[in-house]
Design a binder for this molecule. Structure first.
Ligand SMILES: CC(C)(COP(=O)(O)OP(=O)(O)OC[C@H]1O[C@@H](n2cnc3c(N)ncnc32)[C@H](O)[C@@H]1OP(=O)(O)O)[C@@H](O)C(=O)NCCC(=O)NCCS
Length: 215
């Protein structure tokens, strides 16, 4: 499903449940020794997805451990991103010679809980969502905006190792094209923003950002 919003040089693997599979590496197992069942399942399945995706890049299985601020440590020469939510797990990887950074996020395709939109969206963004909802009431635009900002952060952090606040990106959707533009609203930045794609299918709202390497 997620492959539909990715270019062909980004390898994606996804799961809608938690099938049996190879065990975690001991270093990964140690990280979730005390985790609740939901976290354990998501952590395990998404890493199996990631290792399958890495295999398609020719990279043998390795532990995928969280580094600074939770960002996953990928093998040398690889960029990637992972996401999990109820009913969905996905990992994407690409050759770092071709792709600068990646960010993906999945959310249940349901309206955000009350009060969350006000915390993550500007007044301008909220006005745009009202217009979008008038046009396409079938799409949970508030949830997609949240997801787009999570994808922005996941693409931003490995590039900069800096925090980015929800107020520091302006997300604007193109409903017909299935795309969005995220403009960065901070002065000190390595790029002006990110271009992404979105999709709502099978009860899952998905967003993805892929920044190709220049040249
Ligand atoms: C880190 C964050 C983006 C994760 O998103 P989420 O919707 O809660 O959870 P998801 O399941 O989609 O993604 C979790 C995965 O994100 C990845 N991740 C976590 N921190 C990350 C970081 N700093 N950079 C990149 N990826 C990160 C990990 O792979 C994690 O999975 P794992 O814990 O199994 O390794 C979110 O919790 C967060 O901190 N957001 C605040 C920052 C933000 O979004 N700012 C908005 C800027 S416009």
């Amino acid at each position: 499903m997620i492959a539909r919003i990715l270019p062909s040089d980004v390898y994606a693997e996804e799961c809608f449940d938690d099938p049996d599979g190879p065990p975690l590496f001991p270093a990964e197992e140690a990280l979730i020794a005390k985790a609740v069942d939901k976290r354990r399942r998501e952590f395990t399945t998404v890493r199996r997805c990631a290792r399958r995706a890495l295999g398609r890049l020719g990279v043998p299985p390795v532990p995928l451990l969280p580094g600074e601020r939770g960002a996953p440590g990928w093998p040398p020469g690889v960029v990637g991103s992972m996401t999990h939510c109820t009913g969905y797990r996905a990992a994407v990887v690409a050759d770092a010679d071709r792709v600068l950074t990646l960010g993906i996020d999945a959310e249940p395709a349901l309206p955000l809980p009350e009060g969350v939109l006000e915390a993550v969206a500007s007044e301008t963004e909220r006005k745009r969502l009202l217009d979008l909802a008038a046009d396409r009431p079938d799409i949970p635009w508030d949830r997609l905006l949240f997801s787009a900002k999570e994808s922005v952060y996941k693409a931003w952090f490995p590039l900069t190792t800096r925090w980015l606040d929800f107020a520091e990106a302006d997300v604007d959707f193109d409903p017909a094209a299935g795309t969005f533009a995220a403009r960065l609203l901070i002065a000190d930045r390595p790029l002006d923003g990110f271009a992404g794609r979105w999709q709502v299918d099978a009860g899952i709202a998905l967003t993805a950002i892929v920044v190709a390497k220049a040249g």
